[in-house]
Design a protein around this ligand. Structure first.
Ligand SMILES: [Zn+2]
Length: 485
């Protein structure tokens, strides 16, 4: 490719609204421009194609067959299986920037192993950082790298290295119905007009950790069934409604309205409590640890104090339904976890029906492209590895008006272009402009043909990543030489 043919031109004027350094570099270099839409231009497409090639060559080697689906789903494929003898089946479909693949087998599955190998390769040769395997549920894992863009937050334990999505349910136990004994120390206190947790805490001079919030939800299930439940969580926390939905196996949960709340609690909003409530109770397990808890009394202007949750509250399901925070304890080793912001690169889900395993994998090509760019850059531009660079070398004739320099540059170009993508900068620009563009694009090697060539017949090779340069005779430049670097 000739530099004069590259479209769009590099620019150092970037539009307002680009937030991250990587976005700015991609814009400046012309690899990816954002406006009304996102457009990958020729050199950006080359990077995307290289990422695709890594994945597709790996799965095709394992006999995955290409299909096209408008809305990727394994459900239609399932219906075609009339006989187990046709198994295993392997398919993949490429939609926009996502690659989907399915494995249906009654034998040993292999998709998860293939995915790990693909991610290991992308990590080693492209992103140069470890990825996180984030448990979303027992059936689903999300793979993520930390990222400046951080559109996917998850919990990570530095102790045991386990990671969990914010919707992961770390605990769930159905509680056998039991007869509650009367707790003599529990007292009803007058709390006039005190409806919120902060008001309650300041009125009773206690911490929100001592209080229990009772929230009434309307729950919808798949079979048109609906019910109302009470969800309990410490006053210092919010309920994660996605977790609540999953605990119940519901399709929708929504807070009850004022009328419904009054109907179930016989009191105004703000005084609902779990004791004496005739509803299924889903409790976050943290409430069990509260000594002398405070709850609503289901009576206007009253709360109950000195409640012992384990003894006094009829709990149907004890589980994890709270919204997580940085520092929450790890469900495995109990050490404080941290919230990491990352980008999702892949997802793996598995399910089993009768004897058949259904596995699916989803790989996000756009996020991989972004992360390869984000993790390989400096203030001057991008720094691609040869495996993911749009081209391997950038030939810079210092002066295109000098015939012998231009001819030598063309000779190198003709020699290498048969094997790899390269750029020759045939523009009548200053050497400084050419160096800057090569650095911005992140091309691994610059081949500089200048005065040294005129005097001694030598050209300079400069590595983008290290900035190191060395000289070599023109005749010694060939593809074997670059392969050996
Ligand atoms: Zn841990």
């Amino acid at each position: 490719m000739k530099a004069t043919e590259i479209f769009p031109k590099s620019t150092f004027n970037i539009p307002a609204g680009l937030k991250y350094d990587t976005e700015k570099l991609l814009y400046k270099s012309g690899l990816l421009r954002s406006g009304e839409t996102l457009t990958f231009y020729s050199l950006g497409v080359k990077i995307l194609d290289k990422i695709k090639e890594v994945i597709i060559s790996r799965i095709e080697a394992e006999n995955f067959k290409k299909i096209h689906q408008f809305k990727p789903s394994v459900e239609d494929i399932k219906r075609e299986i009339y006989n187990e003898k046709i198994l295993p089946l392997y398919f993949y479909s490429l939609n926009d920037f996502t690659l989907y693949s399915y494995e249906i087998t009654n034998n040993t599955p292999k998709l998860l192993k293939i995915l790990s190998e693909i991610l290991d390769y992308l990590m080693q040769k492209g992103i140069k950082q470890n990825y996180f395997s984030v448990a979303e549920s027992d059936e689903k894992i999300i793979y993520s790298f930390s990222s400046e863009k951080g559109d996917f937050a998850f919990l990570h334990c530095p102790g045991c290295s386990n990671s969990y999505s914010l919707n992961y349910i770390s605990y769930k136990k159905e509680i056998e119905p039991k007869n509650l004994k009367k707790n003599e120390s529990m007292k009803k206190v007058y709390t006039p007009g005190i409806k919120t947790i902060p008001e309650l805490c300041s009125f009773l001079n206690i911490s929100p950790e001592k209080t229990i919030k009772t929230m009434i939800y309307k729950v919808n299930y798949n079979n048109n069934k609906e019910e109302y439940i009470a969800a309990l969580v410490k006053g210092s926390r919010n309920i994660n409604e996605e977790k609540l939905k999953r605990v119940l196996g519901a399709i929708k949960v929504a807070l009850a309205n004022e009328e419904e709340i009054i109907n179930f609690t016989n009191t105004k909003m703000g005084f609902a409590g779990p004791i004496g409530l005739d509803l299924k109770v889903i409790a976050d397990k943290d409430i069990i640890d509260i000594q002398e808890a405070v709850v609503g009394a289901n009576e206007e202007d009253y709360h109950l104090i000195d409640v012992i949750p384990e003894k006094d509250i009829k709990i149907d399901i004890l589980c994890d339904i709270k919204e997580n925070k940085d520092g929450d304890p790890c469900p495995v080793c109990n050490r404080p976890m941290e919230i990491i912001e990352g980008q999702i690169v892949a997802e793996f889900a598995t399910s089993k029906e009768n004897n058949i395993t259904f596995n699916s994998m989803k790989i996000d090509l756009f996020n991989l492209f972004y992360l390869i760019s984000e993790k390989n850059r400096d203030s001057e531009g991008l720094i691609f590895t040869p495996e993911f660079s749009p081209v391997l070398c950038y030939i810079i004739p210092i002066n295109v008006k000098n015939e012998s320099i231009l001819n030598a540059s063309k000779e190198i170009y003709e020699k290498l272009i048969k094997y790899v993508d390269i750029i020759i900068d045939d523009r009548e620009e200053s050497p400084g402009v050419k160096f800057k563009d090569a650095d911005l694009l992140g091309i691994p090697y610059k081949i500089i043909i200048g005065n040294k060539f005129i005097k001694e017949g030598k050209v300079e090779i400069k590595e983008r990543k290290t900035g190191k340069s060395f000289e070599i005779e023109l005749n010694n430049i060939n593809i074997e030489f670059f392969n050996s670097l």
